[in-house]
Design a protein around this ligand. Structure first.
Ligand SMILES: Cc1ncc(COP(=O)(O)O)c(C=O)c1O
Length: 473
């Protein structure tokens, strides 16, 4: 139906039904930050260095440059510069979707009947549906700048692969993506998105690499994990001329690129006239968590601000809440450097939950040190609770969230309900890292009652952890 605004009476009627409560806090393109924030510069206890697995010696920029671009390698080891300039070409592509909105979740607050004020940073508005583009654009740019022609990567649920496929095309790079087999089958349209951007997508484990062939020989029905897909992507990068490997999470330079989320959110919370009591994000390898929390952690480290930073991980893949702090490989085959991390052991096989992007055995180096120093917290969330939270969020805010992001929503709801019980007005900020419009198979299964929680017996954790060399005594 079309309404014609024909008289003042009608205008007054519209005014009466619209409240003056601001729903979205919006920045302009000119407000896109010009530098990323490097939290390591402000950390009293610096993260331990990555080690060469053979010599156990700390790796240098030159060592890391065999696999990554020199700029990424420098950023990885940068412990001194608080701010790292964002290249203009990267900022130009950020304009396709940044700044992203900060949204007050009035609908969710009402549904929960909570005194808490809930805000979310909406990274799902990126053209590929998640925060992953923030680092994909930067990494592809550095490859192009260095004259690299081919890149490889892994992807879990396909969000990182989709983001990198678009970024690779934007900078004219050839991309091969190893996609975890269970997600390749669960989320065929993410594969189609990557192919639409021109990437080659291979289900992992595959027969195209030594690492893939080995695991398929030992476990013919293995449905894959991020750890295995990383091994395959690293192996292909090492064997292909003028090729670099890119990673969508875990590493310091990826977390650095994601700080654009929190830097914008910081300004937007100011526009809203509030400061968060807690900042929450889901946790796979740590990039969106780092991205939204590190700029707030800066206030805690440099001004003593009291803000809780909470990582929400799956109960079936609980490296932060039940893992150990030890050096471990970032991949299943042991091709990567040894990284100091909270880990479940690199050959831990995560359950087939729908949050494919959270099925990773370890946490990034910086977040691991922060957790050890009790500067951040972690909670674990069961699969059914994530879908219950996701459904409530969809119904109250009109956005179907990614199964990964639903872990953050569930944790935010838990905190809002605690505030209600205690009768306290808390301000909660969480990161909506992506939308779930390509994850509807998961929702179908949830709505049909076909999903379950996965229990993880302590023996399964202990058996993998026992295999780790005790480098940290
Ligand atoms: C939508 C979404 N959120 C979160 C994650 C988890 O990754 P990270 O911990 O690096 O943010 C993923 C990973 O694929 C994802 O797709």
């Amino acid at each position: 139906m079309v309404f014609f605004i024909s008289n003042d009476k009608y205008l007054i009627k519209i005014k009466n039904i619209m409240s003056d409560k601001t729903k979205k806090f919006l920045l302009q393109e000119k407000d896109i930050p010009t530098a990323w924030y490097n939290v390591v510069a402000d950390m009293k206890n610096k993260p331990l260095p990555p080690l060469n697995p053979a010599t156990k010696k700390p790796l240098t920029v030159d060592d890391l440059s065999a696999l990554f671009t020199t700029e990424a390698a420098k950023q990885e080891l940068n412990a001194t510069d608080q701010w790292i300039e964002i290249p203009e070409e990267v900022r130009d592509l950020y304009k396709n979707y940044r700044p992203t909105p900060l949204v007050r979740a009035y609908g969710l607050e009402k549904a929960l009947d909570t005194p808490a004020h809930i805000y979310f940073k909406n990274e799902s508005v990126s053209p590929v549906g998640s925060h992953k583009l923030n680092s994909a654009i930067a990494q592809a740019y550095y490859c192009k700048q260095q004259g690299v022609t081919n890149i490889t990567t892994e992807t879990g649920a396909g969000q990182w692969g989709a983001a990198l496929s678009y970024a690779a095309k934007a900078f004219g790079l050839e991309l091969a993506v190893f996609m975890v087999k269970v997600s390749y089958n669960q989320k065929p349209y993410r594969r189609s998105i990557m192919q639409t951007f021109g990437a080659q997508v291979i289900a992992s484990p595959s027969m195209t690499t030594k690492a893939g062939r080995k695991i398929l020989t030992d476990h013919p029905n293995y449905q894959g994990s991020l750890g295995t897909a990383i091994s395959e992507a690293v192996e292909l990068a090492m064997q292909t001329p003028n090729c670099k490997y890119t990673l969508g999470s875990v590493l310091n330079h990826v977390s650095l690129h994601q700080t654009i989320i929190g830097l914008e959110a910081e300004k937007q919370m100011e526009m809203a006239g509030e400061y968060p009591d807690m900042v929450i994000a889901c946790f796979g390898g740590g990039s969106n968590f780092s991205g939204i929390t590190f700029p707030f952690l800066r206030h805690k480290l440099t001004e003593g601000k009291d803000v809780r930073l909470i990582a929400a991980e799956p109960a079936s893949c609980p490296k932060m809440t039940r893992g150990v702090f030890q050096y471990d490989f970032g991949d299943e085959a042991g091709y990567t450097p040894l990284l100091p991390m909270f880990t479940l052991g690199h050959d831990f096989e995560p359950a087939h939950i729908h949050a494919g992007g959270l099925r990773y055995h370890g946490a990034g180096t910086i977040v691991s040190q922060l957790l050890k120093d009790k500067l951040i917290e972690a909670v674990d969330i069961k699969q059914l609770d994530t879908f219950k939270a996701a459904t409530l969020f969809a119904q109250s805010e009109g956005i179907v969230p990614a199964p990964e992001s639903s872990h953050a929503i569930a944790a935010a709801i838990q905190q809002a309900l605690i505030a209600k019980e205690e009768g306290k007005k808390k301000t909660i900020l969480f990161n909506l890292s992506g939308h779930g419009l390509i994850d509807m198979t998961a929702y179908d299964q949830y709505l049909a009652g076909d999903l379950s929680n996965f229990e993880l017996p302590q023996e399964d954790i202990d058996k993998n952890i026992a295999k780790l060399e005790k480098i940290i005594k």
